[in-house]
Write a protein that binds this ligand. Structure first.
Ligand SMILES: [Zn+2]
Length: 470
């Protein structure tokens, strides 16, 4: 079975899927019923028993189909097919985020309604993980002989710290290239770098101005904060009433949504903004910036700091790091969290930076630009991902996708972070088709069964061609 053309292969894969349709659907429901949310570590289950059970299920299914499998100490596992040392990889994950409440169909019942399966993990990422596994089973059962070995790697910690892949790469050789079925078709070849920067400043204490004694805002650094809170001590009840009026006036002028309450000499202020994802901060309204604007215009102590915070924009200009590249566009900056701890203010920024910058440049530029009263540190970083359009991975996957769809489509870039960054030379490839809504992490997460089956077909073709090209 060597000289089979694309059309012939496609018919073979379709026949395989038709013949295995019921088995594919049954296995999907079984996997989706496992509650693979991260939990306390147990023996051979560093991320808890749920993710471990999901991995055991997938590996035993793969083994029953004659694939080689390996469980890497409960961190990750793989199923593989083919000969030789070098391999291409499909990286997916079996852990899921918590369910939240308000589901119409229970999140771990895997009910099917009108051709869609409803479950936490249906599309992110247990469904697509299983599409890739069935694609590998198809290659084996059809007796196709790829030039390189092909591995489906299953991670168990994607939704948290990616310690699954870190462990995998400490035990196993790197793949030549690969893809992750955990984002969008046609494919994502460039992703901005993602850094969290912390700005700290010691508050002035000796001023006689009204003084902020509590301050906090935001819940997660990767979201535009829709909530910020401060308590100001004005030293007397009369002064507090005056300041309350000033704050109201100021908030009306600036159109800021505000709740104020008085307690003796103290004023408590809550500002409500509009949340948005940190990769698109311009879509939100930042409550920390708004609250800082109110505090800076009322000559409360630390006025210079409040002015600096109030001046924050979503392009990083106020931090001296605004930048742009032709591939991923503009840098974005999100002031996501703030707090006052003792006498120290800290502000956490989530920065999404272009592919031609790196974390050291980013940090240095900030440090040189802002007042030296700020102490700036890098808390976390994900390097940018860039796999050029003319690389074999992008060329092969683009070709497979456009042949399947009967039309070509532009490869994508993103300010988000996909699992593709976890392994070298990889891109995100599906499972969402252009125009489909993003249901990952949402209540009533679901996936079209027809997409589950057609992803298996696309992935079988993609794996085989990648393995034969690299
Ligand atoms: Zn995912």
């Amino acid at each position: 079975m060597t000289a089979v053309d694309t059309e012939g292969l496609r018919r073979l894969f379709q026949k395989f899927i038709e013949d295995h349709r019921q088995e594919m659907l049954d296995s999907l429901q079984q996997l989706l019923k496992i509650q693979s949310i991260k939990g306390p570590a147990a023996n051979q289950a560093p991320f808890g028993t749920g993710p471990a059970e999901a991995l055991a299920y997938v590996l035993s299914l793969a083994q029953s189909k004659g694939l080689n499998v390996k469980n890497l100490d409960g961190y990750a596992g793989f199923a593989e097919y083919g000969e030789g040392e070098d391999y291409v990889a499909v990286l997916s994950h079996l852990d899921v985020v918590p369910t939240g409440s308000g589901w119409t169909h229970p999140p771990f019942a895997a009910e099917i309604h009108e051709g869609r399966v409803y479950a936490r993990g249906a599309v992110d990422d247990k469904g697509p993980a299983l599409s890739s596994l069935w694609a590998l089973v198809a290659l084996k059962e059809l007796g196709l002989k790829p030039k390189r070995k092909i591995r489906c790697i299953f991670g168990l910690d994607e939704e948290n710290d990616w310690n699954c892949v870190k462990h995998y790469l400490s035990k196993e050789p790197e793949p030549l290239a690969g893809f992750t079925p955990d984002a969008d078709f046609p494919l994502i070849y460039a992703e901005k770098g993602v850094a969290t920067l912390k700005f700290e400043m010691k508050a002035d204490v000796d001023s006689m101005c009204p003084k902020v004694i509590r301050f906090e805002g935001g819940h997660r650094v990767n979201m535009v904060p829709d909530y910020a809170y401060a308590v100001i001590d004005c030293y007397s009840e009369t002064a507090a009433r005056e300041w309350e009026q000033k704050l109201f006036k100021e908030s009306r002028q600036r159109q800021i949504e505000l709740d104020v309450s008085l307690n003796g000499s103290r004023i408590q202020i809550v500002v409500r903004g509009v949340s948005a994802h940190a990769s698109r901060p311009e879509l939100g309204v930042n409550s920390i910036v708004q609250l800082a604007a109110l505090l800076s215009t009322n000559s409360i102590s630390n006025a210079a700091m409040w002015r600096a915070v109030a001046g924050q924009d979503t392009a990083g200009r106020a931090l001296g790091i605004d930048a742009f590249d032709e591939v991923t566009g503009e840098l974005t900056s999100n002031l996501g969290m703030a707090s006052l701890d003792g006498n120290t203010y800290s502000f956490l920024f989530n920065i999404r930076y272009p592919i031609d910058l790196n974390q050291d440049q980013l940090l240095t530029q900030c440090q040189e630009y802002v007042s030296d009263k700020w102490q700036v540190t890098l808390v976390e970083n994900l390097d940018p991902l860039y796999v050029p359009l003319e690389s074999p991975v992008v060329e092969v996957l683009s070709k497979v996708y456009s042949e399947y769809m009967g039309e070509s489509a532009e490869p994508l870039t993103t300010g988000g972070a996909t699992y593709a960054r976890a392994i070298p030379n990889a891109v995100a490839f599906g499972p969402l088709f252009p125009g489909q809504p993003e249901l990952a992490h949402q209540v009533d997460e679901s996936w079209e069964l027809a997409d589950y089956l057609r992803c298996a077909e696309i992935y079988a073709q993609a794996m085989l061609e990648l393995a034969n090209t690299l």
